[in-house]
Design a protein around this ligand. Structure first.
Ligand code: ADP
Ligand code: MG
Length: 622
């Protein structure tokens, strides 16, 4: 039947569309990036489904995207021959917010801070809101589609003016795939121009691995003001490079292209902090392009937080969020891994068991750790007051060496020649701040690695930073600490607490302060748990100042010790009374040398659960 059905958008979509159409735009052009990326996703999906069902290719095995405009009709059309949509899929995917990320983004736009219209416009511009971005330039969008494998009569036409509702009706469409037809607003004339379209496509979509075609135009003499005009020739030509970015040689890729690619795969609008692009050869062959984001997503701590790495096999997209490719504590890393060895039909379950995947995971983990070591080393270089060279780079690397031309995103600005001094200094300062930025966002996640990745525990430990009794900023590494240890000091001392103030004011620190011994202040919720897995650093034991009797080793004053022993003898009756009075509350009561001003403090047994952990478990209702 030909019935037109009118349906309402999901409430959130209507709200989003209202935002899209009522915000001012500094960069309208991102709509094209979003629609081309959907076209490319649709082709990826077809390629994947066709692995099992080659018939889905019908008579058009070459996947492509076409961008065309019609000046007279004022339309811009983006057509792909990808997977297409059935009527129900068009209703479900275009009428609701399918992607949870978009929902979260929305709540940021409309949430606590209530961005004003121009800020909203900025945000939408940087982030993109997928399909709905089309309404930035169009007052009406028509989508014509037919899903691969369905009959020509089973196509669908979807149309909406971007207000509260949309219409769907059946359509006969010989070609599989989708056309998105934008009926341009009055102020969007610039997109009826081939030059402008090509410029936007190469800016945002150059890395798309499919050809994006536009019709060639040629000059035709005429009677108008300009003496002629450009007319279409019927011949189509690619306007992008059409090779997946990670397959190209590094020397051909600019920093901007790397950053743009990152934005397109991460849905992040900020440039990444660092990246690493390598082809790994050896028994397992793969290409990795891994990025460290500059900002943590708000759901980093959710159980459902998805891994950020996409898996390709020989350039064929296999899956998003391939959690088997990196350990959980590196879940903030985004990027692409393209394997030459895995079968195309690999499933998530198979991935967990594959030996190739194990090799990829180990190699990629080492890659990420070296990227971080690199950032950390640069921040040390730039801060001469802290000891240089404490971070031992590349220790324990056992993966096949990356290409000798390896040129990562963490380029060493210090070595760049011919830069004006002021610029170099600014770049230097920016480079120097990167590790601190990384650590503020992801340090807590990295700590999970102490418990999760035994093989790399030492490398991870070197990357950790803490505040201490001599530093308010979280910038003290275990190595820095060791370099400052007192003559005769035999342990790295630390205290855990809920806040920096609580840690700093703890009576347990009194004797350390008196003797001028630095103590690391740990206030992160995961510290307690993570430190359970780290007993020493580089041969020096870690010792909580809140556990057991503090043994200051050779730093202990003999006279003090003796005095304490005598006092313990003298106070025995008092201690016995206290023990009896507190028998349900305290295991032991003893005289201590750890206090200077305070009369008493609580400590836990040497191997007991620490107080912080006990408190956490209590909070969790255990
Ligand atoms: P996202 O691409 O992040 O999923 P979008 O808002 O861009 O979000 O698109 C929403 C959904 O609409 C897509 O997930 C897809 O299912 C469907 N869709 C959009 N464009 C196309 C297309 N060209 N071909 C097939 N499906 C599409
Ligand atoms: Mg999209």
């Amino acid at each position: 039947d030909n019935a037109k059905t009118r349906l309402s958008f999901q409430a959130e979509v209507a709200q989003l569309l209202h935002l899209v159409t009522h915000s001012l735009y500094s960069n309208k052009e991102i709509f094209l990036r979003e629609l081309i990326s959907n076209a490319s996703d649709a082709c990826d999906k077809l390629r994947f489904e066709a692995l099992d069902k080659p018939a889905l290719y019908e008579d058009a095995p070459n996947l492509e995207v076409r961008v065309a405009f019609d000046k007279a009709a004022r339309t811009l059309t983006i057509t792909d021959n990808g997977i297409g949509m059935s009527q129900q899929e068009a209703i479900d995917h275009l009428g609701t917010i399918a992607k949870s990320g978009t929902k979260d983004f929305m709540s940021r736009l409309t949430g606590d801070q209530k961005a004003n219209a121009s800020e909203q416009g900025q945000l939408i511009g940087q982030f993109g809101v997928g399909f709905y971005s089309g309404f930035i330039v169009a007052d009406r969008i028509t989508v014509e589609s037919r899903r691969a494998g369905l009959k020509p009569e089973e196509g669908v036409r979807w149309a909406s003016g971007g207000a509260g509702d949309f219409e769907v009706e059946p359509l006969t469409r010989a070609q599989r795939g989708t056309s998105v037809i934008l009926h341009l607003r009055e102020d969007a004339d610039e997109y009826l121009n081939a030059w402008k379209l090509k410029q936007v496509i190469s800016k945002y979509s150059d890395h798309i691995s499919l050809p994006i075609l536009m019709e060639k135009e040629e000059w035709k003499e005429g009677e108008n003001d300009q003496g002629g005009e450009m007319v279409p020739t019927g011949e189509w030509e690619p306007v992008n490079k059409a090779s997946a970015l990670w397959t190209r040689p590094k020397k051909d890729i600019s920093d901007e292209q790397y950053a743009e690619f990152y934005k397109s795969i991460s849905h992040d609008y900020e440039a990444p902090l660092a990246w690493s692009h390598n082809r790994v050869e050896g028994s397992t062959e793969y290409t990795q392009l891994l990025y460290i984001p500059a900002k943590a997503p708000h759901d980093l701590w959710n159980r459902e937080h998805k891994a950020g790495v996409k898996l390709y096999v020989k350039r064929v997209f296999i899956m998003d969020e391939a959690e088997a490719l990196l350990p959980g504590y590196l879940r903030f890393v985004k990027g692409v891994i393209d394997s030459a060895d895995l079968p195309l039909n690999v499933s998530r379950e198979l991935l967990q068991e594959s030996r190739d995947v194990k090799a990829i995971r180990e190699g990629s983990t080492k890659r990420v750790l070296s990227m971080l070591e690199d950032l950390a080393r640069k921040s040390v270089k730039a801060a001469p007051e802290s000891a240089e060279g404490k971070v031992d780079i590349g220790s324990g690397e056992s993966t096949p060496a990356p290409e000798p031309t390896s040129q990562d995103g963490v380029t060493d600005v210090v070595d760049k020649k011919g830069e004006p001094a002021a610029e170099a200094a600014a770049a230097h300062a920016e480079e120097a701040g990167k590790y601190a930025r990384f650590y503020a966002e992801f340090g807590s996640v990295l700590k999970e690695g102490l418990g999760e990745d035994f093989g790399n525990r030492e490398r991870i430990a070197k990357l950790l930073r803490f505040a201490s009794t001599t530093s308010d900023t979280v910038n003290v590494s275990f190595a820095d600490y060791k370099a400052r240890m007192k003559e005769g000091q035999q342990a790295i001392y630390y205290i855990t607490a809920d806040t920096l103030a609580a840690a700093r004011n703890s009576p347990q620190l009194e004797v350390f302060r008196k003797k001028g011994i630095e103590v690391l202040l740990m206030t992160d919720r995961v510290d307690e748990w993570a430190l359970n897995y780290l007993h020493d650093f580089d041969g020096t034991p870690l010792q909580s100042v809140a556990k057991g009797a503090v043994d200051l080793g050779q730093l202990q004053d003999e006279a003090e010790k003796k005095a304490a022993e005598e006092a313990a003898e003298g106070f025995k009756p008092v201690l016995d009374k206290l023990k009896a009075a507190l028998k349900d509350k305290a295991e032991d009561v003893r005289v201590t040398t750890r206090l200077v001003d305070s009369p008493a403090c609580l400590v836990v047994q040497d191997h007991g659960m620490s107080m912080q952990l006990a408190r956490m478990l209590k909070q969790a209702g255990q």
